[in-house]
Unconditional design. Structure first.
Length: 385
């Protein structure tokens, strides 16, 4: 029988992999598969069409029947880069500082991965009456890419339990809704020329200036419009539009022949991309007024909404004594999972406030608490009569 590492030891191993989204995730995926590869554990590698990327679906207990009973624990294997200055230790070496564990991904979200893996190991020796499934994804940090691919290509949703915990760092609070994110670009074409003879060219940047003004007006409109579930997002109770990046031109003495504008829109639960994109297309077309452009949806992370009465949400709230509805203004894999009929609650150790920052850390106490809570949740959903 394999030796089981403590959760802290396992987290140290996971942090040691540089699984930044720009890299292959095969090394960390291979480690996870090897650690959990024991008789009775079913491991499926959901290979991406992208080079060297894979989702993992790891199951114990009976196969999922049509009732979709059981439990899914889900997390992403990738992290954001650790290139920023300010790290006081090697970001890929887990370092204990007092009662916290410091390292890239410790909080977002390898801490949860370690807890989920050892929860599955412990459950493996139990008399599971319903399945326990781990769904670990790639490239969440660059637009929930792995979850989208999983949702669009997984052949049969009924093979998965519906009750799902997505382990983002929520400081052990349960979240039942979050915003979505649409990423889009507008590419404008012009004609290059010597800047001394501008009449021989067509400046591609100038019409983008008009577009930025129009998008600023649209942003203000969106901020003033009432939307469903806005009351659950008190800090930003509206659709947020961000004009994020402009690139174009090659030299000061050349009339620019191209310009690209990139933006993001964060939708509230209950909103659809189709209506929003139709409105956006109208604004772009009117502001560019006959100038040739291409509007491209670069990425999509749908908003997520879970009913307050959902069993997984109620179970988590009972465990932690929570009686208020909490939301998140960031997007997660859960937005895609709900298209497979998975009822997702967001819950995990660590604080989102330290994620994506130098000296990212997770309190050891929360890591241990998460293990205890998940053990009881697994018993309720997978073992108890």
């Amino acid at each position: 029988m394999k030796h089981t590492l403590s959760t802290e030891e396992l987290l140290s191993c996971l942090v040691g992999f540089d699984s930044t989204s720009r890299n292959s995730n095969l090394p960390i995926a291979d480690f996870i598969c090897n650690y959990l590869d024991v008789p009775g554990v079913r491991i499926e590698r959901h290979q991406s069409t992208r080079d060297r990327k894979v989702n993992l679906i790891i199951s114990v207990g009976p196969d999922c029947d049509g009732s979709r009973d059981g439990l899914v624990l889900s997390g992403h294997m990738d992290t954001v880069p650790a290139d920023e200055p300010g790290w006081r230790s090697d970001p890929f070496t887990l370092t204990r500082v007092a009662d916290t564990l410091v390292g890239r991904g410790s909080c977002d979200m390898k801490g949860f991965l370690a807890v989920a893996m050892n929860t599955l190991v412990a459950a493996h020796s139990s008399d599971l009456k319903r399945p326990l499934v781990l769904v670990f994804t790639y490239d969440e940090e660059v637009g929930t890419v792995g979850a989208q691919y999983f949702a669009e290509t997984w052949p049969d949703a009924t093979t998965l339990p519906a009750n799902t915990i997505v382990g983002e760092p929520t400081s052990l609070r349960a979240i039942r809704m979050h915003k979505g994110h649409l990423e889009f670009s507008v590419a404008v074409s012009g004609k290059s020329a010597h800047s001394g003879y501008p009449h021989l060219g067509e400046n591609a940047i100038e019409p983008v200036g008009r577009l930025i003004t129009a998008l600023t007006d649209l942003r203000r409109e969106l901020e003033s419009e009432p939307q469903p579930y806005a009351e659950y997002f008190p800090e930003v109770p509206f659709v947020a539009l961000n004009v994020a990046r402009v690139s174009g031109g090659s030299a000061i003495n050349v009339v620019p022949d191209s310009c690209v504008l990139q933006c993001g829109i964060r939708l509230l639960p209950g909103m659809t991309k189709e209506i929003t994109m139709d409105r956006l297309k109208q604004v772009v077309a009117e502001s560019l007024d006959g100038t040739y452009f291409e509007l491209d949806l670069m990425g999509e992370a749908p908003p997520m909404l879970l009913a307050e009465s959902a069993p997984i949400y109620q179970a988590l709230c009972t465990e932690i004594g929570q009686d208020e509805t909490l939301s998140a203004s960031y997007a997660t894999d859960a937005g895609w999972f709900q298209s497979l009929g998975m009822r997702c609650a967001i819950f995990g150790p660590g604080s989102i406030e330290v994620a994506h920052k130098p000296n990212e850390s997770i309190p050891l106490q929360q890591l241990n608490q998460a293990s205890e809570i998940l053990e009881r949740i697994v018993h309720s959903f997978c073992i108890a009569d």
